[in-house]
Ligand binder design. Structure first.
Ligand SMILES: Cc1cc2nc3c(=O)[nH]c(=O)nc-3n(C[C@H](O)[C@H](O)[C@H](O)COP(=O)(O)OP(=O)(O)OC[C@H]3O[C@@H](n4cnc5c(N)ncnc54)[C@H](O)[C@@H]3O)c2cc1C
Length: 440
């Protein structure tokens, strides 16, 4: 490796890096290497195969918007033979949402459906005014929320709003109303549809794709510096183990959280427009607290559980595995990450015991993610702040340093998901192939 100059070096072997590698492999004879800091592929799509007696996804779990236009569709179809127990879930199916009040009483289907309708309405009622000024989602929905009559319905709406903050990975006051409210691409109904659950794990699915194509990945390779200054045509990459790797083009797929915290030094400094874009787009926090019990003590038909007034009011249910996955976003996730596991678990258990008073149940195992403290993620995924828009993402995606540095990763296009990150990786590899063919 010491004296070799690669045509392309891809930094990061998450969804975007894998897709870029596949595109280069199948469409060119350019030689490339993927440099990955971890000892595994998949990045924020990680299937833990060991901690419980079945695989589960600690990060990304569903292929959203799964249909023939999805960038992962053909790969999934190809591998389906032994993944044929994959299934769809409709995340917010109103008939399968189970809501409990703080005194342990079940909230009627009528009240819970009404609360869901109210929550959906809150998130669609913003109209940007003539001056086209933005506001935070919090400011935009607060007047309407405040007008709701005090009582069970309003408290349940509040729990549902916590779930929305988990989906966005940010608090409502951080989110741009212009980008999220009245946006045909985003609503709770849209979020709910066509989510494919890959039973053996989404992280494992990416691992299978990588193995199938035999992509060359250098694991445990933490890139620390990218130098486009010292040589005219070559980019020099340094790693934490003092390796020097040279390439003509580099695709950078590291998470926006890493870029914000300057985990890689660029020589020379990146252009100001790129740094501004890094600064302006939000990078959120979301975590999972996966709890496995000795039995299922909730209604087995439920897909979602809301616990009104609880610190962790929103959980996904997996009755077959006796699992509740509590999910939390924004400041709540950051706070949880700073707490000891025992404190978090005790809080949730206390609320469950108060709610399910008639039931005897025991917690057998738990796992808690900490994506913000993960040094190669530094958060969960991107969101639109009031200072950002799709144009900000376009700047994040724009090549620089005389077309030697190319940019991928979920934050360089709208979507914040595994399949959009995958499509972006393909996009950047195609850009390099185009540019390279014009040059040669
Ligand atoms: C809790 C959680 C739940 C989610 N749920 C879903 C879901 O259900 N469905 C969905 O579609 N999406 C979901 N997402 C979002 C999804 O995980 C991401 O959008 C997607 O995985 C991003 O892929 P990527 O390739 O852009 O980045 P990553 O997957 O983060 O890949 C970047 C890679 O760069 C590596 N890296 C970082 N720094 C360096 C360095 N200095 N040197 C070398 N390598 C480095 C990292 O180790 C990583 O492997 C979820 C995310 C989280 C955190």
């Amino acid at each position: 490796m010491a004296n070799k100059t690669y045509d392309v070096a891809i930094i990061g072997c998450g969804s975007s890096g894998i897709a870029a590698g596949i595109e280069l492999l199948s469409q060119s004879n350019l030689n490339f290497i993927i440099l990955e800091a971890r000892n595994r592929v998949g990045g924020r799509a990680y299937t833990d195969q060991h901690s419980l007696n079945f695989p589960f996804d600690l990060g990304a779990e569903w292929i959203h918007e799964y249909d023939s236009n999805n960038s992962l569709y053909s790969f999934h179809e190809q591998f389906q033979t032994d993944l044929n127990d994959d299934c769809y879930i409709q995340l917010f199916d109103p008939t399968r949402i189970l809501c409990y009040d703080s005194d342990g009483s079940i909230i009627s289907q009528e009240v819970s459906s009404l609360a869901q309708i109210t929550t959906n309405r809150l998130f669609t009622q913003f109209k940007s005014n003539d001056t086209n000024e933005d506001a935070s989602v919090y400011d935009a929905i607060q007047p309407e929320y405040n007008r709701l009559e005090e009582g069970q319905h309003k408290r349940l709406v509040k729990a549902m709003i916590v779930a929305v903050e988990e989906i966005f990975a940010a608090d409502l006051y951080q989110l741009s109303a212009k980008q999220y409210l009245n946006n045909p691409n985003w609503s709770i109904e849209v979020e709910s549809k066509n989510n494919l659950v890959v039973k053996h794990g989404l992280g494992y699915f990416l691992e299978r794709i990588t193995n199938h194509f035999q992509l060359s990945v250098l694991f445990n390779t933490v890139v620390t510096e990218i130098d486009t200054l010292s040589h005219a045509d070559i980019v020099q990459i340094s790693t934490s183990q003092n390796q020097k790797i040279s390439a003509k083009y580099v695709i950078i797929t590291v998470p926006l959280g890493c870029l914000k915290q300057d985990t890689i030094i660029f020589q020379p400094r990146l252009p100001q427009w790129k740094l501004d874009a890094v600064d302006q787009l939000g990078f959120g926090h979301t975590d999972k607290i996966i709890m496995q019990f000795d039995k299922t003590f909730w209604n087995e038909e439920a897909t979602i559980l809301y616990l009104v007034d609880a610190s962790f009011p929103f959980a996904l249910c997996n009755p077959a595995k006796c699992i509740l996955s509590f999910m939390i976003g924004g400041r709540r996730a950051q706070k949880m990450e700073d707490e000891k596991n025992e404190i978090t678990i005790a809080q949730i258990m206390k609320h469950l015991k108060q709610t399910f008073t008639q039931q005897e149940f025991k917690l057998e195992h738990y796992i808690i993610s900490r994506w913000t403290q993960d040094e190669f993620a530094r958060g969960s995924y991107s969101y639109f702040t009031m200072n950002s828009s799709v144009e900000t993402m376009e700047l994040l995606a724009k090549e620089c340093s005389e077309n030697r540095l190319f940019w991928a990763g979920e934050h360089t296009s709208d979507g914040a998901s595994v399949h959009t990150a995958f499509a972006i990786g393909t996009r950047e590899a195609k850009k390099i192939l185009n540019y390279h063919s014009m040059k040669t």
